[in-house]
Design a protein around this ligand. Structure first.
Ligand code: ADP
Ligand code: MG
Length: 458
């Protein structure tokens, strides 16, 4: 009898309602439909696997309580997951654009085509091969032939700043699209991904976001180290990841360190990251650096004597973006002053450009700079005081230490009053959020950054 299970679920809901806040209730319980009641088992239908996981993880006790009160001690709950079993059907389900306001879907196509965010500039053709990137490159090429159909799922590309991770990730995306432009490739930075999720939570549209991610065939998320300390984002990413993986979709991630060294990211996610292939990109050797620069310069190559190019490549070893920067700035100087590009000019530019490549600053010295700026004593900075200006100074010190030193979160916390690594992550994220929302604070941060940079040059 329909009324009976409807009524039973209604009773459960009225109990649940008393135990969860209104927003959660609307998000997680309203979409549930009761569909059957038979021998003490009430079956409810949830929109997808993610709902099920989320409810089990966050509302199990509340649910159990309500079932017990309504159905008695033998009462049981069974879930039925609707669309999950048949992803195909869900993909073809028309999207209610008026409700989603989804900026990424191009309407009017039979199968929703996702705007890829792939930069056409970064291809395999202009990605110079070398020992430094052999593994990632060949895995990428294999994936491009058969996205989702290789053992490299996920592919995690890791390595230092400016070594070509983003370029490689886009190259894979471009190669996939060149072969099949109906394939839904989607590139997103971790920062943008986090913002999407924060907004979806605010607007109660997590479900729409999840539906959207089910349209994707190849998902590329860049710089996953920034997931650190973002627990909600990690939760939701975990579920997106599982859904894509279960349906043999391709996942490509980049990171500044290998998964095992990522801090502030849940173990279950790290474990997932290790399922496929982890490939590193290293700093290129001299010949590869030269080849990269030659390729970048294109026809401009005539303007730079070979000797100068070699000189620059010899001196800048650890970051290709910096190498490019020096070359660009070199040519700009020469153009502007009508000078020829020679070794002396190159020396000048390198000095300005990579002023602090080999210099370093300690967490302690950063803390001193910040303390001075806020007229806070070092003792206070190291204490447990929760006074506003001290807390701000401490959080800023952590943020700058993360940016300007190679210290781990644990070490940073240790130097700043014995805080644990989660406090450090929390502080860094607080600073990042404030930079986005408070222009005055943003200025303060810029000022402090300049001070740190200055002290690096001296
Ligand atoms: P990362 O994401 O690792 O910080 P990027 O992918 O942004 O680095 O690379 C920095 C710059 O160096 C980009 O302009 C990129 O095109 C260039 N680059 C890096 N590796 C290569 C390569 N193997 N061949 C050509 N250009 C490269
Ligand atoms: Mg990058």
């Amino acid at each position: 009898m329909k009324e009976s299970y409807d009524a039973l679920w209604e009773n459960c809901l009225s109990i649940i309602k008393k135990n969860v806040n209104e927003k959660s209730f609307d998000t997680w319980f309203k979409p549930i439909k009761p569909i059957k009641f038979e021998s003490d088992v009430l079956t409810i239908q949830v929109p997808n696997r993610f709902f099920y996981d989320w409810i089990e993880e966050h509302y199990l006790t509340t649910l159990k309580k309500s079932i017990y009160q309504v159905l008695g001690p033998n009462g049981q709950l069974e879930y039925k997951i609707v669309v999950d079993k048949n992803t195909q059907r869900q993909i073809e389900k028309p999207i209610d654009l008026s409700r989603i306001k989804n900026p990424f879907v191009i309407p009017g196509l039979k199968r929703s085509k996702v705007q890829s965010n792939i930069n056409p500039k970064y291809t395999f053709d202009n990605y110079i091969a070398g020992d430094c990137n052999r593994l990632g490159r060949s895995a990428g090429e294999a994936i491009a032939k058969k996205p989702g159909g290789t053992a490299f799922n996920p592919l995690v590309i890791y390595g230092g700043v400016g070594l070509g991770k983003t370029h490689l990730a886009h190259a894979i995306g471009n190669a996939i699209l060149a072969k099949d432009n109906t394939h839904n490739v989607y590139y997103q930075t971790t920062e943008a991904f986090t913002t999407q999720i924060v907004n979806a939570i605010k607007n109660n549209s997590i479900q729409d976001l999840l539906n959207y991610y089910q349209l994707i065939d190849t998902l590329i998320i860049d710089d996953i180290q920034f997931l650190s300390g973002r627990e909600k984002t990690q939760d939701i990413f975990f579920n997106i990841f599982n859904q894509l993986q279960q349906t043999n979709k391709q996942i490509i991630l980049t990171s500044d360190k290998p998964p095992k060294d990522l801090e502030g990211i849940s173990d279950r996610l790290i474990n997932r990251f290790k399922w496929g292939l982890t490939a590193d990109v290293k700093a290129p050797d001299f010949e590869t650096r030269l080849a990269i620069i030659e390729a970048k310069l294109g026809t401009d190559i005539e303007k730079v004597p070979k000797k100068v190019m070699e000189f620059v490549c010899f001196n800048i070893k650890k970051n290709i973006r910096e190498l490019e920067g020096v070359l660009i700035s070199l040519m700009a100087h020469a153009n502007l002053n009508d000078e020829s590009v020679d070794i002396n000019l190159a020396k000048d530019v390198i000095r300005k450009f990579v002023s602090h490549e080999n210099k370093s600053i300690s967490v302690e010295n950063i803390a001193k700079l910040v303390a001075e700026h806020f007229s806070v004593s070092m003792d206070k900075l190291h204490s447990n005081t929760r006074k506003r200006d001290v807390v701000t100074a401490r959080q800023l010190s952590m943020y700058l230490a993360k940016n300007f030193t190679k210290s781990s979160l644990k070490e940073i916390g240790h130097h700043l009053g014995g805080k644990d690594h989660s406090t450090v992550i929390y502080s860094i994220n607080t600073v990042k959020d404030l930079i986005h929302t408070d222009p005055l604070f943003k200025e303060t941060v810029a000022e402090l950054k300049k001070k740190v940079e200055l002290s690096l040059m001296n």
